[in-house]
Design a protein. Structure first.
Length: 159
């Protein structure tokens, strides 16, 4: 698992005083940076060198996320195929799971415009961050149970 801390910006809030739904894809991309480094250690963003393409992404908004409190993005690999892998990501704030999402990345050759078989060295590195969906669900149930006493944020009504 990779962990990335995000400090929400004022510009990511909406009229209802919570984080807008458009922030999550950006935060999750930020959370995938360490995976990008495994595939592209120099982070060279050219079609000759870059070798990942995002082919699917979805999100679940479970609880509101608020400005003024850091968010922890947790990034896991939940499936490794021949040419692709699935990434599960979560946003946690104040001890509670706020949202999660899944993305599928393909190891890709932009010059040939085709997928490539993930090399064994890279496969072994991403395996270090593998967790089954069942294990992740159980881990989250335990953590949420332990954090059950966590209170939601209290806000001063200014309207």
């Amino acid at each position: 698992m990779f962990k990335t801390s995000i400090t929400p910006r004022i510009g990511e809030t909406d009229a209802l005083r919570h984080i807008t739904n458009t922030a999550l894809p950006v935060w999750f991309e930020n959370g995938r940076n360490e995976l990008f480094t495994i595939f592209n250690p120099e982070h060279e963003l050219t079609y000759k060198k870059w070798n990942l393409i995002l082919v699917h992404m979805d999100f679940n908004y479970i609880r509101q996320t608020y400005y003024g409190y850091d968010v922890e993005i947790r990034t896991y690999v939940t499936k490794i195929g021949k040419t692709s892998f699935t990434v599960m990501q979560e946003a946690w704030q104040n001890g509670l799971l706020r949202s999660n999402g899944k993305s599928v990345m393909v190891y890709y050759d932009y010059i040939k415009q085709e997928s490539k078989v993930i090399e064994e060295e890279i496969r072994n590195k991403i395996k270090e961050h593998y967790i089954s969906l069942e294990e992740l669900e159980e881990k989250n149930k335990q953590e949420m149970k332990n954090n059950k006493k966590t209170k939601e944020f209290e806000f001063i009504e200014s309207d």
